[in-house]
Write a protein that binds this ligand. Structure first.
Ligand SMILES: Nc1ncnc2c1ncn2[C@@H]1O[C@H](COP(=O)(O)OP(=O)(O)OP(=O)(O)O)[C@@H](O)[C@H]1O
Length: 469
């Protein structure tokens, strides 16, 4: 971890000297994200996430720092790598440096919906979903619940060795967002509730891995239709306001939950207190198939409906989802989700991330007028003129295992599984050699903090293991 001492010649924190910061690429609830190059290796791009100070200005707690340091042990090909942690001791502000990914699902979906007006090809949808589940299975097996999965947190690597590989971002950060790093809703940043599980909307106090699976279901549906599945209006307030509109959107598609199908329902705080709101409405069940336009006999429909099970205990786990028949049907999932293996299939060129060069990483001054650049690697400094940044923090119109797979799906070469990463290499269906050595071996994963006592870890755990915590 870098310390925050200022260098001799400038007021820049010393740790910042190792990077060339190119500009701001995004803004979320808790901070700004910057694209940077490592000076010692300019081919390497990094995304530096700068956490906003809480209003109290009380910086990062020791607990948060411990949590973050533990996140550094997480290593899986479908989880974005936390490469460095920096703290400015002067104000205890926090900077996390991650491997950079050129694309994310928010932009990919938006590109298909608004720019090319074309569905995402079935190979890409399946490959993205498989890799997302693979990363999530790893996180869940290491006792990490993401809590905030949504399209902008699902990254896809651009050109390079890992082209088209899906990476989950922002995992584990929910734990450090607790005070004193509070969400800054007042700053105009909108927190989306579209991917929030019904048990949370109804006031459940505990996050379980099932909340992530609900979000994956919503994301899967959005990949298929290019529209958010449940687009509710958020009610602001703390600590856990009743989100009637979001529930209404869900009930309109899936019908009312019933205590018969979901026995714990009656014990949820809002089910009790907001009885008249919830039960006053009658929902003529539109049926998921009307929204998704798939036959209930279709394997994709079957998988989706099992992810959108109301009762979190009955909801599919990531491990179970990976074994669903959908992944055994053609087209088979591949490592390069963006390049279909069939030579005739169209490859979509997604735009690179816009970079705002006007915002300084220290967040206070404007360095120069906004300059249109991208993060491409084709010019010295890795810049190529392309487009200017839009503010994605504005209200949006839509807004990790001892890698426990014993068998890859038919289209995924074994080396892409963490459990088999050390076994050797190969070429993915898109013909691009995958980066090796990024995935942990089972032994390495044992060193992780959140152990699944059931994993055993000496060999591979039983397939289909269902995990709820
Ligand atoms: N490692 C990364 N490489 C490239 N872009 C990233 C990386 N991590 C995050 N981003 C992008 O930065 C932007 C802001 O991300 P951030 O996680 O701060 O906010 P968010 O996910 O949009 O919203 P929130 O913080 O409310 O969850 C998003 O567009 C995200 O895709």
């Amino acid at each position: 971890m870098g310390d925050g001492r200022a260098g001799n010649s400038s007021s820049k924190p010393e740790w910042l000297e190792q990077y060339d910061v190119i500009g701001k690429i995004g803004e979320g609830t808790y901070g700004l994200v910057f694209l940077a190059k490592i000076k010692a290796n300019r081919s390497k791009s990094i995304a530096i996430k700068k956490f906003k100070q809480s209003k109290d200005g009380d910086g990062v707690s020791p607990t948060a720092i411990r949590e973050i340091m533990l996140l550094r042990e997480i290593s899986h090909e479908n989880v974005v790598k936390l490469v460095n942690v920096h703290i400015n001791h002067a104000d205890m502000s926090l900077y996390l440096a991650f491997d950079y990914a050129e694309h994310d699902l928010y932009e990919i979906i938006r590109h298909h919906r608004d720019k090319v007006n074309q569905a995402i090809n079935p190979y890409t949808v399946k490959s993205i979903l498989w890799q997302l589940l693979n990363g999530l299975n790893y996180l869940h097996s290491n006792w990490i619940v993401h809590r905030d999965l949504k399209p902008s947190n699902i990254l896809v690597m651009g050109d390079g060795e890992e082209h088209g590989v899906v990476k989950i971002a922002d995992f584990g950060l929910a734990r450090i967002y607790q005070a004193p790093l509070k969400p800054l809703h007042e700053n105009g940043v909108v927190v989306t509730i579209w991917y929030r599980a019904p048990e949370l909307l109804l006031g459940a106090k505990h996050y379980t891995s099932a909340v992530d699976m609900w979000a994956v279901g919503c994301i899967f549906a959005e990949l298929l239709t290019l529209k958010p599945l449940f687009q509710g209006q958020e009610v602001k307030g703390t600590p856990n306001p009743f989100q009637l509109d979001q529930l209404d959107k869900i009930f309109k598609v899936l019908g009312h939950p019933t205590p018969e199908k979901w026995p714990m329902l009656v014990h949820l705080p809002h089910w009790q207190t907001d009885l008249q709101h919830i039960q006053g409405h009658t929902y003529n069940n539109a049926g998921l198939y009307n929204v998704i336009h798939l036959s209930p006999k279709n394997a994709a429909y079957d998988l989706l409906s099992k992810m959108l099970e109301y009762d979190p205990k009955k909801r599919l786990t990531a491990a179970e989802a990976l074994d669903h028949e959908y992944f055994r049907h053609e087209p088979l999932a591949g490592c390069n989700s963006l390049v279909p293996p069939q030579p005739g299939d169209k490859v979509v060129n997604y735009p690179t991330r816009p970079v705002d060069t006007a915002t300084d990483i220290e967040g206070t001054i404007s360095l120069q007028p906004s300059q249109p650049i991208s993060s491409g690697n084709n010019m010295p400094g890795g810049m190529a003129g392309q487009h200017v940044m839009q503010n994605r923090s504005m209200p949006r119109p839509m807004a990790m295992v001892g890698m426990q797979r014993t068998q890859p799906p038919p289209g995924i070469p074994a080396y892409n599984l963490a459990s088999q990463a050390a076994m050797g290499g190969g070429v993915n269906p898109g013909g691009v050699p995958m980066q090796r050595g990024v995935a942990p071996q089972p032994q390495q994963q044992q060193q992780g903090r959140r152990k699944d006592p059931g994993m055993g870890m000496t060999g591979y755990p039983p397939q289909q293991r269902s995990r709820r915590f």
